[in-house]
Every structure is written in C-alpha cells, then in structure tokens.
Design a protein around this ligand. Sequence first.
Ligand code: GLU
Length: 631
Amino acid sequence: MSTRAFLRGGAALVASSALLTSGLSGPASGLSSTASGAGGAASTLRDRTPEPSPTATGSGGAVSSVDAEASRVGLQVLRHGGNAADAAVAMASALGVTEPYSAGIGGGGFFVYHDAKTREVSTIDGRETAPAGIEQDAFIDPATGEPYPFTPDLVSSGVAVGVPGTPATWEAALRDHGTWSLRKALAPSILLAAKGFRVDETFRSQTLDNAERFAAFPDTADLFLPGGDAPAVGSRFRNPDLAKTLSRLALLGPKGFYRGPVARDVARTVQRPPVAPDADLPAPAGSMTNKDLAGYRVERQAPTHSEYRGMDVYGMAPSSSGGIAVGEALNVLEGFELGSGAGLARSLHLYLEASAIAFADRAAYVGDVPDVPVETLLSQDFADSRACTIDPEQASERPVQAGALDGPGGGAGPGAAKGAACETMQHEEKPDTENVSTTHLSVVDRWGNAASYTLTIEQTGGSGITVPGRGFLLNNELTDFTAEYDPQDPNRIEPGKRPRSSMAPTIVLEDGEVRFVVGSPGGATIITTVLQVLLNRLDLGMSLPEAVAAPRASQRNTATTPAEPGFIEAYGTLLEPFGQELEPSGDAFTSQAEIGAAAAIERDAKGRLTAVAEPERRGGGTAYVVKPRKR
Ligand code: GLU
C-alpha cells in the first residue's frame, strides 16, 4: 500500500498490521520466518513473554516501566535485535497508548543515553516549549488581574499547552543512537492502540479522578468516558484515532506531526479549546500557531555530571532542574558517612537536609535561562560550603536560603546562606499537584547501552483536552512556569522558553560502564525519589528491589516533610529527636499518598542485570530481562 493510499484510507488496524509486518519481520529484526505475516508477528510479540513481575534478574538486556504492555514491547524489541534506544522509543510510544494520562505525543520529556562503544552519555531535551506569541502575563486573568486559579482554570486551558516535544524526541533518539526506523519502533504501539489493552484499576481510577473536566471537553469525553463512565476494569480500551496518528508519524516522520493536518488541528485546539457549550470551565485559549509547531526542535546539551562514592552520575541539564538538584544533593552528602543500623536516623536526617538545600538553590538559579551556573552548582566546593550549613543533629529552619555563588571556595560559606542577596531569591513554587503523573522507563541492552527516559503531559490527564479525531491529550506543561512574571526569576514565562522541569532521568557509570539506570514520575518529588533510591542502594545497604520499594519522604525546602505513611511509621519517631517533622504526603488534588513510581536497572561488573519496577505504587510495574537467571 502506498503512503498516500494509506493516509487516505486510514484503516488503523490494517495500517498498523502492515507496519508491523514490514517493521518487525524485516531481515534486520531477527524474527523467525514463522512470524512473517502480521498475525504471526503479533502473536510472536505475545509469545514467550513471562508473567509480569516487578523484579527480573538475568542478562542479555533489561527493561523496566510502570506498565506491563510497555515493558513487554521493550523486551520484544531487545529480543529482536533492537538496542536500548530502539526499545526506549517503542516503550515510550506504548506508554502513550496504555498510560495516555501520563505521557504521549501531546507532551514532552527528557532522554539520557549511555553509548557503550563511545562510553559517552548524551541527552535529548524534548521539553514542551512556550509559543512565540505567549505574553508575560499569560497566566493572569484579565477579568481579575490575578493569576488564573490553578485549578480548574489554568490546568484545563489552551494557554498552558506547550509545543509538544515527544515526537521529535523519538526521531532524535533513533537518529542519534538507534538501529530501527521510527516506522519499525512505533509498530507495536500502533497495534496496541488499534487492538486495545485491558483496562486496569489505575486506568479506571485516573479516569474517574479526571471525569469532571474530561466531561467538559466532548472529544475527551467521547474517548475516555464512553457512555458517560470511565471504562470498566477488565474491558478493552481501543484508540483507533491514536493508531492513525501514530501511523502517520511512523510513515512520515516528525513532519507527520509538526506539519500538515495534525499540526493544524493541534494549533486550532489550543487557540479554541473545544469546550462543551454548557460546561462551567473557562478554558482560556493559548496562542500556539502552525509555525510554533513547525519550528519545534529538541535540544542536545551536555548531561549534568557529579561524582558519588566513586561513581559518575549523569542527568538532565536545564531546562530540567533534575540533574543539578540530584547531583548537588549527592555532592552535599558525599562528605558525610551514611549507613543503616545505628546511623540510619542520622543518615535520613542528612538526606532531608541535603534535599532542602538543593531545592533552595534550584529555586534561585535554575530555569531555561542562558546563565544557569551549572558548573558551580555541581562543584564539590560549592556543595561542601552548603554542607557546612547542615547541623548533623538538628533540622534547619526552613525554608533555607539559597547559597551565594561567590562565597568562599567558589560557593557559599557557612554564613553566606543567610546573606541578604539570597533572601530575594526565593520564588513561589506552584501548588503541589503532581504525585502520580508522568512516567519513566529504563533500558539496558546486551551491549551495555542504556536509556533513561522520563516523559509526561504534566498533570495526570494533561490539559484534559483531546485533539479532535487524533486520539491524544494535550499537555499542560507550561503550568511549570512561575505564574507571575518576575525578571529575576529563572523560571519566568518567555516566548520560546521551556518551563523548568524536575524530571531526573539518571544514568550512573562505574569505570565507564553502566551501573544504574533510574528515574521516576512525580513532579518535584522526582528529584527526591531518584536521590532516595540511590541512597538506599549505595549507602543504606538495600538491594535495588528494596531501594525502590522502600517508603519515601520528599523534603523540598518546606518546614515539614511530606512522607508516605510507611515512612512515617518506620522512621517518624526516629527522626523526632532531630526536629524533623513529617506529614502525610498527598494533596487536595490527588487521592494518592504515593511518592513517585520508579523504574530502575542495575548492572554489575559482570554484566548481570537486575531490573526493578514498583511492586505496589501505581498498581505495580513490570520489569523484564532478555535471559532470566535460572533459579
Ligand atoms: N511537569 C513535571 C516536571 O516536568 C512533571 C510532571 C509530574 O511528574 O508530575 O517536573
């Protein structure tokens, strides 16, 4: 079938089967000849996939994500000769199908990659970008002169939609590191969208949490509230429109999304959010144009780098604050002896203090601006001077002030943190509404390449606005900007700028080889989750499965520390003598007390792999290895 005939005809299932046939059964795929037809390929994808489990150990490559279907797709790509980049793109696209409220082509993300051959770590910043026409006061309601109420007005708006970066990220990841075409890498997810997947508790409850605002957008209601209700657990959820949109992207490449009819539909939807006439939702319009979409480009900047316990920790540079905050906190902790047993309470106290410091500096200095002092913030000198401000026995008075960049030793001296210059540098954080949105996937392949990829549409359900006839939700990522303009604020709204993120896809190398791949969703808690998983594993004597499962606390420079019930139960009393006050995590917007949903992989010096997903959070994730270890 010619491309034109396909685009005209548009029968999604036929198209996706055709793609699958031409994609996965090609000579490079390693598929056996018995799997040459579309049905054969599809059933081969299903075959030999072990029962989903949150932990897998073995060799030959590993994947981890919050979703069994996405992890299965990643496993199959690795089995059929794909490398870590191929598997990551295929998994991300599958997550866009099965986790449409967390990720998808309407959003953005950050991709960190370790190339085993060159031993280099590189990144792709596929963050959503503010349109050229955005005004400084875009988030101010002209009717009141005050910022729009965060919810429901701003979160379900056109004005908060950034130009999506995810389709361009996939193309860039495959171009830079992949061995598969986009066409081949997207084939499994096209089939998944067309054939459908089984609705689980998480999908149903996320739909119900969003039901009110989804109902306000008829296209969203048609797709996600068929018959007026969230799809029942156990039913099959199909998204033929998404299958078609993905097919278009697969066949035409990024121009199938950023130009032509899909781009036009996206721009029109942002400029005129298709809200039901009787809906009580203002849905302020955005300014995004076809030109904004056609002009979208990923950024490829150097990863952040810090050293911890003799290992090299790589993460995302701005526009994400993730790499800097994780790296700085680790540097602050580097000078302390941490451990389980008698030292456990003190270690946790220090973890909370280091995290508060990193968040103070993040707020003052990090955003999508040209002059972020990345080098200083990640220097050991700066971290040491910040560590000096920690009392190992007593919680700081929070919020702690940001460190001065020109203090002794290139950083803030012990007193500098209280300097007058720092006091103007605190900026309001947006309401904490982000416990369960976003998604992360980790991959290591048989060659030792690794991908750590966090992607999002911001809130669970993004803007709540489905692009009519295209099967995907638009993000509301621009809510990550500070709402009120302040020229000193590194996270101020500006045309073409990317809102500051907390996403922290991380790769840890030892002697130039991948040792850990880790990341998580969770808004600003992403930083503390990644930090805590690493500390649990490297300092507190836990195995990787234990490190991921352990209860979490997230100190983000506030007086008290939000923590999961399990953390409060286990450590609340132990931390009291340090003056660390814990409070239950969760907020008015989410019913969840969970912090994050990590997906991680460990590779030991002999190449043995332990892939780990959440055993419980978000309903549990799935990890696979290509060659499971025999028990
Ligand atoms: N918008 C968030 C960020 O970039 C991610 C959303 C979330 O994880 O809740 O940091």
